[in-house]
Ligand binder design. Sequence first.
Ligand SMILES: NC(=O)c1ccc[n+]([C@@H]2O[C@H](COP(=O)([O-])OP(=O)(O)OC[C@H]3O[C@@H](n4cnc5c(N)ncnc54)[C@H](O)[C@@H]3O)[C@@H](O)[C@H]2O)c1
Length: 385
Amino acid sequence: MVGGGEGAFIGAVHRAAAGLDQAIELVCGAFASDAERSRRSGASLGLAPERCYADFDSMFAAEAQLPAGKRMEFVAIVTPNDLHLAVATAAFRHGFHVLSDKPATRSLAECFELRDSLKASGCLYGLTHPYGSYPLVVEAAERVRAGQLGTVRKILVEYTQGWLAEPIERRGQKQAIWRLDPKRAGLSSCMGDIGVHAFHLAEFVTNLRTTELCADLNSIVAGRELDDDGAAFLRFDNGARGVLVASQICTGDENDLRLRVYGDAASLEWRQQEPNSLWLKHAHKPVELVRSGGAGLGAAAHANSRLPSGHPEGYLEAFANVYRHFAAQVRAHGGNGNGNGNGGGPAPRAVPGITAALRGMAFIETVVAASKSPQKWHAFPNVAD
Ligand SMILES: NC(=O)c1ccc[n+]([C@@H]2O[C@H](COP(=O)([O-])OP(=O)(O)OC[C@H]3O[C@@H](n4cnc5c(N)ncnc54)[C@H](O)[C@@H]3O)[C@@H](O)[C@H]2O)c1
């Protein structure tokens, strides 16, 4: 792991998620920018002192020297955004796979660099968009692909939080400070932090691709250099229209990611804060409530839950699904000699990878440009992986 030291947010979620199925072991890390804090963080996690590294460069160099059966197989990147590219490229140089948190990089140009060094390395790359791994989001995606909604005509995706409604970055709140600093966060704060999740969710569930957008980004709280609120109109490749709202100044909102997809035969609705329910709405019959682990689910949804219906699963389990599927990819790729290169396990399910990384960064870059421009519609960049 790189990042995720004392007091960090998402690193602890990654560790819990990685450990949930007892199939992935944390073996080493560079957990903080300061060597002493990094070592202390690793020690508190029970790691061997010699594998709590002062920085990520020395970690990759030292791990690459270890015997194949002992050395790390992949790295989880859970630092602020400004380090994602540097850590990933250093990992690839030493032949280590990467599971990175989002946004992939600070800009689309950086993401092209990431793509090129990934290609040159032959390694694997995954991006932790956990919302696509909830069982009922997987179910929703399957139902859209099976044609149950008919032709998708309208997509509404909203992601609202209230934690940045006040200027907490000026009171020393660590996660807020770097997210609102363009040098560390990149081109955007709110769109880069949560808008990109909403964008990925909309494209993943509908299997449609954005072709054009217009956008309005705002810094509602005075003194901020980057956006804390925004919205975009989207046009999709089948002609469907969409609205995406992302805001972190919605006082009182927690982590309210909500997706509605309207087809000409049926529609669906899913909310992250009630993740074990999926609503299907029909024109001429009663509303249908589909429950996680319950009757009528497809095999893919069942494969992404661990408990019977009525035993609520949530964020950690969805995150653990990303780890489970990424680990399956690593094993199918051959493992590192830890005895995991069996190739005979379950077929890996796609984890968001470099295509999702490029599309996410293209989304961020385009909404930022569109918001500053007097022109109404902006073409979505063609970002081949
Ligand atoms: N997928 C999700 O749902 C989700 C949720 C939250 C955050 N994130 C992403 O995760 C990343 C981290 O966010 P966070 O909220 O946990 O931030 P954070 O500030 O809580 O933690 C960042 C950690 O990185 C460490 N770090 C900084 N420089 C380092 C260096 N040079 N070497 C090693 N470690 C270093 C810090 O010491 C800290 O421990 C961000 O990219 C963010 O966008 C994703």
